[in-house]
Design a binder for this molecule. Structure first.
Ligand code: NAP
Length: 248
């Protein structure tokens, strides 16, 4: 893959840890300026500092992606500063697992607003300049759970399936403007999110993965960076499952 000829501006939500951090670092390695967004200033600040210290270009932005008004204000400020955000990676996500009868309204609302509604909000405020520029890449971090469902994760599965529907609809809306919209559906990836599972649960998961290992954040970052590249310009509306062969 060739490095960007002109430096693109990328925004990655959930860039403070795990998959988002790996994506931010890789996009920076490819010559993009990366805006690292996470909830806590400490995590996204540490990632952008590390990118800058290693010769890349980054800035950080602490923001609750579920806060629509805060996202709107932040996007307006970013567009004033940068003109256009060329690459948007909607990656921030949470789990609040529980079987349906035990799932609180807050658990439902928090997962839908953080994982799904945030994608709508960021696209709403950042996509128009992409369409005017006739160049853009939007990548939504879904999950295999959005394809298969999972007992105890009705909120998460609904949010991730919703992201896939959003991806396909926006791909159709923006295709003529050369703005691609794709989703990545990771399987089980070793991050803080899956570290919450106990040893027995992790063993059971590895047992059902044909490749017999959890994925790494780098596995997801490489797929995402490809979809963000010039070379992926004819791919839109697709869901890329990266899961060691679990869902076929
Ligand atoms: P993670 O290690 O838990 O990191 C989540 C990141 O999202 C953190 O940087 C966190 O910010 C940020 N974040 C969470 N809520 C936020 C909010 N309201 N506003 C702003 N930032 C917020 O998660 P991960 O495993 O890397 O997962 C990343 C994405 O991949 C998620 O969408 C997840 O659903 C998806 N995914 C993960 C797996 C997996 O196995 N790990 C599988 C399929 C899909 P702070 O750093 O400030 O806490």
């Amino acid at each position: 893959m060739t490095d960007s000829i002109d430096k693109k501006i990328a925004l990655v939500t959930g860039a403070g840890r795990g998959i988002g951090k790996a994506i931010a670092e890789l996009l920076a390695t490819h010559g993009n300026h990366v805006i690292c967004v996470s909830r806590s200033a400490g995590s996204c600040g540490a990632v952008s500092d590390a990118i800058n210290a290693s010769g890349g270009s980054a800035e950080s932005l602490a923001l609750d992606v579920a806060d629509k008004e805060a996202v709107k204000v932040a996007c307006e400020q970013l567009l004033e500063k940068h003109g256009t955000i060329d690459i948007l990676v909607n990656n921030a996500g949470i789990t609040r697992d529980g079987l349906l009868f035990r799932m609180s309204d807050d658990d439902w609302d928090d997962v839908i607003s953080t994982n799904l509604s945030s994608c709508f909000t960021f696209v709403k405020y950042l996509a128009r300049p992409m369409t005017r520029k006739r160049w853009g890449r939007i990548i939504n971090m879904a999950s295999v759970i959005g394809l298969t469902g999972n007992a105890g994760q009705a909120n998460y599965a609904a949010a991730k399936a919703g992201m896939i529907g959003l991806t396909k609809s926006l791909a159709k809306e923006f295709a003529a403007r050369n703005v691609t919209v794709n989703a990545v559906a990771p399987g089980f990836i070793a991050t803080d999110m899956t570290a919450e599972l106990n040893e027995k649960q992790q063993e059971a998961i590895v047992g059902i993965i044909p490749m017999k290992r959890m994925g790494t954040a780098a596995d997801i970052a490489h797929t995402t960076a490809f979809l963000a590249s010039e070379e992926a310009g004819y791919i839109t509306g697709q869901v890329f499952t990266v899961d060691g062969g679990m869902v076929m």
